[in-house]
Design a protein. Structure first.
Length: 145
C-alpha cells in the first residue's frame, strides 16, 4: 500500500512539521481505507459476482426450458387443430362429391328418359313414313300395272 515512514519524511523535507506530516498521513490512510478496495474485498466481490452469474445462468436455462415446453405444446395444439380442420374439409368435400354424384345421376336419368322419348317419337315418325312409302309404292304399282 503506502510506505508511511517514507511519506512522512517527504512531507517533512517539503517543510511540514512532524505533527503536520503525521496528520496528513492519517487523513490519507483514512481516505484509502474508506475508498480503496483490499484484495479480500475484490475476492469477495468476485465470489459474489460468480455466484450471481451462476444463478442468472440457471434462471436463463430454466426459462429456456419453460419456453421450449410452451412452444412444443403450442405446436402440438396447432397440429391437432390442423388435423381437425383437414378432417372437416375432407368430410365437406366428400359430402359435396356425393351431392354432385346424385345430381349427375339425376341428369343422366333425365337424359335417358329424353332419349327414350325421342326414340319413341322417331319410331312413330319412321313408322308413319314407312306406311306412307308403302302406300306410295302400292299406288305406283297399281298405276304401272
Amino acid at each position: 500500500m503506502i510506505n508511511a515512514l517514507r511519506y512522512t519524511k517527504e512531507l517533512e523535507s517539503a517543510g511540514f512539521t512532524k505533527d503536520q506530516a503525521n496528520s496528513a498521513l492519517k487523513v490519507v490512510l483514512e481516505i484509502m481505507n474508506d475508498k480503496f478496495a483490499t484484495k479480500q474485498d475484490i475476492q469477495l466481490s468476485e465470489i459474489a459476482l460468480r455466484s450471481d452469474m451462476k444463478e442468472m445462468e440457471s434462471n436463463i436455462r430454466s426459462d429456456m426450458k419453460e419456453m421450449e415446453s410452451g412452444i412444443r405444446s403450442d405446436m402440438k395444439e396447432m397440429e391437432s387443430g390442423i388435423r381437425s380442420d383437414m378432417k372437416s374439409m375432407e368430410s365437406g368435400i366428400r359430402s359435396d362429391m356425393k351431392d354432385m354424384e346424385y345430381r349427375l345421376q339425376y341428369q343422366i336419368n333425365d337424359l335417358s328418359k329424353n332419349l327414350l322419348s325421342l326414340e319413341s317419337r322417331l319410331v312413330i315418325k319412321l313408322s308413319g313414313i314407312m306406311v306412307l312409302c308403302m302406300g306410295s309404292l302400292v299406288t305406283l304399282q297399281k298405276l304401272l300395272l
